[in-house]
Write a protein that binds this ligand. Structure first.
Ligand SMILES: [Zn+2]
Length: 278
């Protein structure tokens, strides 16, 4: 699933082609991608309400919050997109050949299109008056300037569970997923099953800086492509080339040479070095 660095890369790639553009039409191949307006509250078919609410509006800005993309619209309100497992957002010309997984196509006033390609159809699209309806409960952004080591320490010390599932909990902190959690825990030399209330001050600080470092590196490398992820122009990321533990089972640890192991923590495949992560 795209995580913070992948979504950030897509957002940066969408700003130039999209800001100032107007939505002129919508083609819907799989209407269950549309999660707002809520079907149960819509006056008519939710797809029609979505289209009525969107067409004619201009895109004033594109930003990221956690793993969500948020498009601010003229007249107020926002279009919000979550890519989930296999979602891609691509800018294309209107006469470019369609892919059979282009399930939602936003037509733009410059003749181009924003296509939401979704092999597994798990992505979600929301049209809301207030973005907080969707992203209001997310935890802090780990790369925000005003998110300090002390803030992170306060978050951790209020928790008791295992650290890896906590890092994946979007209400704890927004944007980190399976790959960057494993990489940050490796960089901080912390075992993924350590309990949050067992951390020393030094370990908390190490983890804080490790999270920020692996996320920044991910953005610099334009995201990690193991399979589905592409940026807004359809290009793969390069961060998979520098990952230290993810999917490196039975490869030597870059720090100590011990073979990297895979285990399952909180239901998620987890890679770590059994020797240098305590
Ligand atoms: Zn090691």
């Amino acid at each position: 699933m795209p995580e913070l660095p992948e979504v950030e890369t897509i957002v940066r790639g969408l700003r130039e082609p999209l800001v100032g553009r107007q939505f002129t039409g919508l083609r819907v191949g799989w209407e269950n991608l549309i999660a707002r307006p809520r079907p149960e509250l819509a006056e008519g078919p939710p797809v029609e309400e979505f289209e009525r609410g969107l067409v004619g509006r201009r895109i004033l800005g594109v930003k990221r919050r956690g793993k969500y993309l948020i498009f601010a619209l003229s007249g107020g309100g926002s279009l919000i997109i979550h890519l989930r497992m296999t979602g891609r957002l691509l800018i294309t010309n209107s006469d470019d050949e369609l892919d059979k997984h282009d399930h939602l196509i936003f037509e733009l006033d410059d003749g181009r299109e924003l296509r939401f390609n979704n092999v597994r159809k798990l992505g979600r699209v929301y049209l809301v008056d207030d973005e907080d309806e969707i992203v209001g409960k997310l935890g802090p952004e780990p790369l925000d300037d005003d998110f300090t080591p002390a803030d992170f320490a306060a978050l951790i010390s209020a928790r008791r569970g295992k650290i890896k599932p906590l890092l994946l909990n979007q209400r704890f902190m927004a944007g980190v997923g399976n790959i960057y959690a494993d990489e940050a825990l490796f960089a901080a030399r912390i075992h993924p099953e350590r309990k949050a209330d067992s951390f020393t001050t030094g370990e908390i600080e190490r983890l804080y800086y490790a999270i920020r470092q692996v996320l920044r590196q991910g953005i610099e490398n334009r995201g990690t492509t193991f399979s589905a992820y592409r940026d807004a122009e359809g290009r793969e990321g390069r961060n998979q080339e520098v990952l230290q533990v993810s999917r490196n089972t039975d490869q030597p640890c870059p720090r100590c040479g011990t073979l990297i192991e895979r285990t399952v923590v909180g239901g998620r495949g987890t890679y770590f070095c059994p020797r240098c992560q305590k």
